[in-house]
Write a protein that binds this ligand. Structure first.
Ligand code: AMP
Ligand code: MG
Length: 425
């Protein structure tokens, strides 16, 4: 039987969230709601590992061999057999051969063998003395101390053991994983297909690049911020441009996009102004949850569904668009992509270098600039202009100063939580 993924069906199984109030939703509650409606897109594809950076693994990877697959030298030096040595040095041994990585030594080795890093250990040797610790005299080496057995030997399977699960399903592939897979001889892997995200801006006053601005118009900046935000997440994106505040055109665009996209993101038109149609249209063609989040910036937020397609209606103010994307949409997209676990964005404690003005009642994401002082302590200053239309505040900042709902204004030297922009890919 096909699973009923409608909001009403899913909401009936939702964890009971006390005091649900769409006019004053906390950031955490809104996140919990959204998460409840999301499932990863369970469609897989096989790709070569060189194309796999930041893709999400759909099956665990189990090692079918040992890495390394032979005991080998960790140093440039001399392979010896400690069992042939007395307890007390100095020791003097004859060097009877030379071993390079990738080559094999014929026959037995007797006393000592010159060996390079990565070369297979001769079967009758059990330690390597680094060349810095020996004196060489013609074909003899002399050294003072007897090394313990297995010194400076990289053992079979010490990196990866055959049968070991080295990457879990849901893992977002990092550069090191590509190398690790290659070390196992794995050339292709199964990943979830990319999440398809369509997005457009709304507003009669919003103008695309390339057209001269008339008085009262603004260039569409949100779509470009979104392009950047989405690019960092490795998704399949569909830029649908700017749509005027016209119910019919918006409705048609949403319907069409819902046929090919997994997610639609719009900016603007979710406030309570007279041209803010998104809520009405979504009600007509799908389902909508519309919230006034107790956060600043980014008060209005809409989440809905059109058929199987998820909808995020972000507020139009340029800083609000970015903040709501970071706080709600980013994590939702990660969930849809199949990534698991999704670790929360790290919060770091920093000391305020500037006072902060805030009224209790909303979570604020003020833009800040942090530095680390000579003692290693994080210090943060709030950017001077904090208006939700001042996009420059994002460019001047390198972190959010996250101020909880109950908090009021703060003096210098107060400790606050910050989220580094660099941790918000
Ligand atoms: P709205 O959410 O549609 O009421 O828009 C709120 C404010 O954000 C208005 O001042 C809009 O002009 C502005 N705005 C909306 N969309 C964009 C956009 N794509 N680029 C720049 N500013 C925008
Ligand atoms: Mg508008």
């Amino acid at each position: 039987m096909k699973k009923d993924l409608s909001l009403s069906a899913l909401a009936s199984n939702a964890p009971i969230i006390n005091d649900y109030d769409p006019n004053a939703m906390s950031v955490e509650k809104a996140k919990t709601w959204i998460t409840h409606f999301l499932h990863n897109i369970d469609q897989k594809e096989s790709i070569h590992i060189k194309d796999a950076l930041h893709r999400v693994l759909a099956n665990p990877v189990i090692a079918t061999m040992n890495v390394p697959n032979h005991d080998n030298s960790a140093m440039d030096g001399y392979a010896i057999n400690t069992e042939q040595l007395d307890e007390q040095g100095p020791f003097s041994l004859r060097v009877t051969g030379k071993l390079f990585a990738g080559n094999k030594l014929e026959g037995t080795t007797k006393e000592a063998v010159r060996i390079m890093t990565g070369a297979s250990m001769p079967s009758d040797m059990n330690a390597v003395i680094p060349q810095e610790y020996v004196e060489v005299n013609e074909d003899k080496i002399t050294f003072q101390t007897k090394p313990p057995a297995m010194q400076n030997i990289r053992r079979v399977g010490e990196d990866i053991m055959m049968g070991q699960t080295i990457l879990q399903k849901g893992r977002r592939i990092e550069p090191c994983d590509l190398g690790l897979l290659a070390s196992l001889g794995v050339g292709s892997i199964e990943v979830y297909r990319r999440v398809k995200v369509a997005f457009f801006s709304t507003g009669d006053e919003i103008i695309s690049l390339g057209t001269p601005l008339l008085s009262g118009q603004v260039y569409d900046s949100n779509r470009y911020s979104l392009i950047g935000l989405l690019k960092r997440m490795d998704l399949e994106t569909f830029d649908l441009g700017v749509i005027p505040d016209d119910k019919k055109i918006i409705e048609d665009t949403l319907k069409k996009a819902s046929e090919f996209a997994d997610v639609i993101i719009t900016t603007g038109g979710v406030s309570v102004g007279e041209a803010d149609y998104m809520k009405d249209i979504l009600k007509k063609i799908g389902e909508i949850l519309f919230w006034k989040i107790s956060m600043k910036p980014g008060r209005p937020l809409a989440y809905g569904k059109i058929g199987g397609c998820h909808y995020f209606g972000l507020p139009g103010n340029p800083v609000s668009t970015m903040v709501t994307f970071y706080q709600f949409v980013r994590e939702a997209l990660l969930t849809l992509s199949g990534q698991s676990p999704i670790n929360p964005v790290p919060m770091i404690k920093a000391k305020l270098l500037t006072p902060i003005k805030k009224m209790p009642g909303r979570t604020e994401f003020q833009r800040g600039f942090f530095v680390q002082d000579h003692q290693g302590e994080f210090k943060v200053s709030a950017i001077k202009d904090q208006g939700s239309g001042i996009l420059r505040s994002m460019t001047e900042a390198n972190c959010f100063i996250v101020l909880p709902e109950s908090m009021g204004s703060l003096e210098n030297d107060h400790w606050v939580d910050i989220q580094l922009f660099d941790s918000l890919f």
